[in-house]
Design a protein around this ligand. Structure first.
Ligand SMILES: Cc1ncc(COP(=O)(O)O)c(C=O)c1O
Length: 357
């Protein structure tokens, strides 16, 4: 019972972005009160933004079409051209956003290698470039929570606090790509504000585990959001009757957060099942939320071959490295789907081990 309509037999573990909106979300879209959001006249967008700001313990919020735009808008609004920004070397901004912070924001990325997605505050401090005649002054630090390429790992409030101390001591802003911040909050069973209170601003995605079709929200001070709004407009992200995007977002914030726990439970089940299959390795320590990273090096094949073989059998996964594969749990993937997927994966691994390529 994978999510995509018309492909009921597929178990789609590529991403939590494949989730379809709930019936209630579709009804809410139909019933949404609308206006022109560029004039600030869409009551549904206004309501979502107020809700989001309150939930995150910040002054204001801004709806944008995607997580990528949210990151670009935020980095731009936090810096000026020619600045540099410290970010974790495996983060989404650095890997998967076409270098937009360099090509559009004009910001030099300074990657710092973390452990399970978490940068050591000492390394952050060492990477800071001062304002001199020669260097691109560092004005921003970016963290990612949960950390996608590290396997959905949580950056704990205490770790964020330690990084924020370095940022504060050096007069830098701290921004959080919180695309999956509610997964982090649910995993640690703490209020999301425990994470957000240590950062100046952040974004979170509505369109991942929260199941909305579109949308991310940037959150921060009124002054920052005013700036962010101007950048959003520059990028063509000023939307008119955007209440059709905000309406499911409101439902997501009201009703979809607690169910992320189901996804985490299923990811754990999947990871533990994968870990005992010959030739597949999983670092169970990194399986903290809804993402499972596995390595198929022990099977002697590249990720692409493995992923293709799974696809033939109705299980969709994502190649994220030469021998690395990502699987993500989400609404629409039930315990039975995980059990079925594990059986298929075990069969495929056996075939590969037996030389049936
Ligand atoms: C951590 C993180 N940040 C940002 C994004 C970008 O979101 P979008 O696909 O909506 O542009 C993603 C998408 O997967 C992500 O995982």
């Amino acid at each position: 019972m994978g999510t995509p309509k018309g492909s009921e037999t597929l178990i789609d573990l590529r991403s939590d972005t494949v989730t379809l909106p709930t019936e209630e979300m579709l009804e809410a879209i139909k019933a949404a009160e609308l206006g022109d959001d560029v004039y600030k006249e869409d009551p549904t967008v206004n309501r979502l933004e107020e809700m989001a700001a309150k939930k995150m313990g910040k002054e204001a919020a801004l709806l944008v079409p995607s997580g990528t735009m949210a990151n670009l808008v935020s980095v731009t609004a936090n810096t000026k051209k020619g600045d540099s920004a410290i970010l974790e070397a495996e983060c989404h901004i650095y890997w998967y956003e076409l270098g937009g912070i360099a090509s559009i924001a004009g910001v030099l990325p300074l990657p710092v290698k973390g452990v399970m997605g978490v940068m050591d505050p000492k390394d952050v401090e060492a990477a800071i470039r001062p304002r001199t005649l020669h260097s691109a002054e560092t004005t921003l630090v970016c963290i990612e929570n949960t950390h996608n390429r590290a396997g959905g790992t949580v950056v704990t409030p205490r770790q964020i606090e330690a990084i924020s101390k370095v940022a504060r001591d050096h007069g830098l802003r701290l921004y959080m790509d919180g695309a999956r911040i509610f997964n982090a909050a649910v995993a640690l069973k703490v209020d999301v504000r425990e994470f957000t209170r240590h950062v100046d601003n952040l974004m979170f995605c509505l369109s991942k585990g929260l199941s909305c079709p579109i949308g991310s929200v940037v959150v921060g001070t009124e002054e920052f959001i005013e700036k962010a709004k101007r950048v959003r407009k520059t990028l063509g992200g000023g939307m008119r009757q955007a209440g059709i995007i905000a309406a499911p977002g409101i439902i997501a914030l009201e009703k979809m957060i607690n169910r992320l726990e189901d996804d985490h439970r299923n990811a754990r089940l999947l990871a533990e099942g994968l870990a005992v299959i010959d030739g597949i390795s999983v670092n169970l320590k990194t399986v903290q939320t809804n993402i499972v990273m596995l390595d198929v090096d022990g099977l002697g094949v590249e990720a692409e071959v493995f992923v293709d073989k799974l696809r033939e059998r109705g299980v969709l996964a994502l190649k994220v490295g030469k021998t690395r594969v990502r699987m993500v749990t989400h609404r629409g993937i039930e315990k039975e789907d995980i059990e079925k997927a594990l059986n298929i994966i075990e069969d495929v691994a056996k075939e590969i081990r037996n030389g049936n390529l």
